[in-house]
Design a protein around this ligand. Structure first.
Ligand code: IVH
Length: 681
């Protein structure tokens, strides 16, 4: 090739690689296969190797390689990196107080129009400043003390593919993009999984993962911990770009190819801020990354300038937090709980601590291996996590705080002297698994209690009022042995129990009677078959249509059901092979429990069989209700949009899932169209 041609080819390759990087890393929607991409990349590498003079710092090839550093050079920020005031009132008061302060500072009267705010998520990672000169990334620096940070350019190049090395079009001569570097939950889990496989130390949480990775001196190691980035503002800008609002800034960054989170909205006045805060709080646990609150910013840059700063914090922005999902506390003791299938779970008894919105005094340690891996001991200071409805767990030990008189390393067999703490039966360690089990079966009162609680649970037969304390009495007084016995209870027996009066006994009987009408899926789930969770129960019900078909199925037939593999199939067959279990099922049916079966039509004949729906945004009917309606008709309801999605039902305030649907060309229904569809079937 002639020199000119080579230069042109190099440019063309870079352009294509950049385009594909953006599709892959930022939009999560690649348009060419990996092999195709690798080919482009290798061709560019080869051309640059032959013509080193053509190598530029923003070439995609500069993301690989790099030398181990012996420290990070200090970087003085051209414009200080400030932090924002945190509203301490985590209830609605936080938004109301902020709006009131802004209005007062701006001298607004009650009769004046509401202030326009740009609302966004508060990402839980670390702040970074990216300096671009003539559109090329020249430096990345951490926040440091706000005045001086550390030069982490190399690691940003290697570990954050979402950050453009350059951007095109008319750019100001200098622009500093600021935002948050973070690790997604799936990347965090995946990284830890790999570490565990190799017996290497794991990360305590994604935030520490991000901080550790960005400050890793060896760029090759940094690149192994994949990081992500969201832009949320600017530092120094030189040139003739004159945005007037914060929204305009973010839209422009988005257009330049920077990842900007889609969950950003303009809101007017305090009430709308409150609504934004609530809506995001409800969504928090379904996001693939951690957030610790939302941020409100006055949208107009002129008004921002007017409001100015007080003690290094802008008056025009505030962080309105959510309750923290992680806290530090002390392990007082370690107990062993016996589960429904005899599984023995170590549980840390904690110094009570307020986390994730409630006071927590127990947190699961999962199993013996996990407890040993984290080396949790009595007396240790630990990090406890409680996210949404998930049961609280101990995520790690703060070793610096380990007292001299700490307990011994955890040893479950030794602790229990080889016997179930409830029924005294022998305990065994599962072959190939991490769990110890009590061999007592339903002889063990603890297992019986768990079986009953599971059966009556909200997602199973949903018997309201049949909780912990009551089940304990029913089992201890030998009033109930199997779930079928629940239907034999009478008013006199119930009214005589501790903390039960006539009225609550009547209510409970009504709930028990009501539970007889249920779905086949709930019934299957309620049986508590090992390895059969709610989703599998639904799949089984859909596939077999009738209980008797399921009872008759062999392992091969069971494996025809999507997502049922050999392990699950074997558990199901083993469950129905036990005469005891079949007897309980018969007794349940005899006592009038009537799971709704489809009329002889296995799933393939249902009207929406094979169709996948995704529900997003706020719908007029409850999400659960919409889901059940669809499932009864044979449809599957998924949590995220992919090419396999047939319909996305978008309610009010639908966000990124709707965007994704449009991008992938998936059919979108609004609520009316959705209801019309259900009507028409
Ligand atoms: S704006 C002058 N927006 O929260 C305003 N910060 O103290 C500068 N953060 O460490 C910050 N998400 O890294 C802003 N959407 C967001 C943010 C955000 C997270 C972090 C930021 C800083 C802290 C604020």
């Amino acid at each position: 090739m002639a020199n000119q041609e080579i230069t042109r080819r190099v440019h063309k390759l870079r352009e294509e690689i950049r385009f594909n990087d953006h599709r892959y890393y930022v939009m999560d929607a690649p348009v060419i296969p990996d092999a195709e991409y690798d080919k482009l990349f290798r061709e560019l590498q080869a051309l640059e190797a032959q013509h080193p003079d053509l190598v530029t710092p923003d070439s995609p090839t500069q993301r690989v390689g790099g030398k181990v550093l012996d420290g990070f050079a200090p970087v003085r920020h051209a414009v200080a990196m400030l932090s924002i005031r945190t509203e301490t009132d985590i209830s609605d008061g936080g938004a109301i107080a902020f709006d009131a302060r802004v209005r007062k500072e701006l001298g607004l009267k009650d009769s004046d129009a509401p202030v326009e705010y740009a609302c966004e998520l508060k990402f839980d990672g670390l702040a970074i400043n990216l300096r671009y000169e003539r559109g090329v990334l020249v430096q990345a620096a951490t926040r440091g003390d706000g005045e001086t940070g550390e030069d982490v350019t190399q690691n940003v190049r290697h570990a954050i593919h979402q950050i453009p090395l350059s951007f095109e079009e008319s750019y100001p001569s200098v622009v500093e993009v600021r935002g948050e570097v973070y690790m997604t939950r799936p990347d965090f889990e995946c990284y830890n999984e790999r570490q565990r496989e190799h017996g290497l130390p794991t990360l305590v949480n994604p935030r520490n993962g991000a901080a550790g990775s960005i400050r890793q001196l060896d760029p090759a190691l940094a690149a192994r911990r994949p990081l992500s980035f969201f832009a949320y503002g600017l530092g120094e800008v030189q040139g003739d770009w004159k945005p007037e609002t914060h929204k305009e800034i973010l839209d422009q960054l988005d257009a330049w190819g920077f990842p900007v989170n889609g969950e950003r909205r303009l809101k007017y006045g305090a009430q709308e801020l409150v609504e934004f805060h609530r809506r995001i709080a409800a969504k928090r646990d379904s996001l693939p990354f951690d957030i610790d609150g939302v941020v409100y910013k006055v949208n107009s840059l002129a008004l921002q300038a007017q409001l100015g700063f007080v003690s290094r914090e802008p008056r025009w922005a505030v962080a309105h937090k959510f309750p923290a999902e992680e806290q530090i506390t002390v392990v007082r003791d370690i107990d062993i709980q016996v589960g429904r299938t005899g599984k023995l779970t170590p549980v840390a008894k904690l110094e009570p601590v307020f986390v994730g919105g409630t006071t927590v005094s127990n947190a699961t340690l999962h199993n013996e291996d996990e407890t040993r891996r984290k080396d949790v001991r009595i007396g240790d200071t630990v990090i406890v996590r409680r996210a949404g409805d998930v049961i609280p767990e101990v995520v790690g030990v703060v070793l610096e705080k380990r007292p001299a008189e700490v307990g011994a390393p955890f040893d479950l067999f030794k602790l229990l002297h080889g016997h179930c703490p409830v029924c005294g039966s022998a305990i065994v360690r599962e072959e190939g698994g991490a769990n110890w089990r009590c061999t007592g079966g339903l002889f063990c009162p603890a297992q019986r209690r768990q079986v009953l609680l599971h059966f009556a649970g909200r997602r199973a037969l949903d018997i309201e009022g049949l909780g912990d304390k009551l089940v304990e009495q029913l089992v201890d007084q030998q009033l109930v042995h199997t779930p079928a016995d629940i239907y034999k209870l009478d008013l006199a027996t119930l009214a005589n129990l501790d903390r039960m009066g006539e009225k609550s006994a009547q209510n409970l009987l009504a709930a028990i009677a009501h539970s007889r009408q249920t779905t086949l899926a709930r019934f299957i789930y309620a049986l508590g078959i090992r390895n059969v969770g709610e989703a599998t129960a639904k799949d089984l019900a859909r596939h077999f249509g009738k209980l008797k078909n399921l009872l008759r199925a062999d392992e091969g037939q069971l494996q025809q059901v999507a997502d049922v593999g050999p392990v699950v199939a074997q558990s199901i067959v083993a469950f129905f092979a036990e005469q005891h279990n079949v007897d309980v099922i018969q007794a349940l049916l005899d006592s009038g429990v009537a799971p709704r079966e489809s009329e002889g039509e296995p799933e393939q004949y249902l009207p929406l069989a094979g169709k996948t729906f995704v529900l997003t945004g706020t719908l007029g009917i409850a999400r659960e209700e919409a889901k059940e309606k669809l499932e009864v008709l044979g449809a599957k309801v998924a949590g995220s949009v992919s090419k396999k999605t047939n319909y996305v039902v978008a309610g009010a305030e639908a966000g990124s899932k709707l965007d994704k649907a449009r991008e992938l060309g998936v059919a979108v229904l609004d609520e009316q169209q959705f209801l019309a569809l259900l009507e028409s079937i």
